[in-house]
Design a protein around this ligand. Sequence first.
Ligand code: CP
Ligand code: NVA
Length: 299
Amino acid sequence: MLETTHFTDIDDISASELDRVLTRAADIKSGDDETQLTRATLAMLFEKPSTRTRVSFETGMTELGGHALFLGPEDIQLGHGEPLSDTARVLGRYGDAIMVRLFDHEDLLEIAEHSDAPVINGLTDDAHPCQTLADLLTIREHVGDFDEVQAAWVGDGNNVGQSFVLGCAMAGIDLTVATPPAYGVDDDVLEKAAELGSTPTITTDPEEAVADADVVYTDVWISMGQEDQRHEKLQAFEGFQLNEDLLSSTDAKVMHCLPAHRGEEITGDVLEGERSLVWDQAENRLHAQKGLIVELLEE
Ligand code: CP
Ligand code: NVA
């Protein structure tokens, strides 16, 4: 059992609970933990597209002996004028948990406020904590003990990056963040990171960030909903691509939450090459979320 009812961002749980969720995930992955949540139902509400989040949650619920149902906004009354609060109250009475992928983080908090069932953030414009669970599980498996890891975030400082900053602070991972000046991590996230343990080193120089890194992480430059910013963002992120030239001075592993845009934030060579952890990272969404769900729902 976790102290929190909802998982709206990674810091809704404590550092020791984070360690417990990751250990649980590893045990479920290895087969040592065969916990079942028979007949548990997860309602999944999506305002944006998804491959990994949708399929890993649905598969995870099936493997745990439960069930997940996909709800696009057009499929339910939410897309036809029913308020978020009413939707949350009703879904929370049917389901054992609700997973939501929305644009506005405030909308997620409104759903959490009105739902009796736990609400899990499956990505908002500000946060992607389920991704962070999988990222940390992957680092622990492939890079090393958290207190010995030097990580670099190179790219946009939005949702995936922000939850990763908080997760690294909680796990004790030494992190450097390189973003273009206008695309940094929000100040309130840096303040939270300081409260949780440590603030990352902040730079606008990708070479500085990767120099001592054991693992380098990036995400798309044009996030879902930002398609109209494509031109200005491609200009702003020039020099931030993960390519063999940038990585030539290091043996660092490479992570990407996917989907990737080859030729933009990462080259095909790097994504497909020996450094890449991305497929294990994607698989770990399944195991990490199973660890989270059993810790959230178990009596
Ligand atoms: N990483 C991630 O959340 O992928 P999807 O958008 O496919 O769910
Ligand atoms: N930053 C990306 C992450 C996708 C998983 C987006 O918001 O589209």
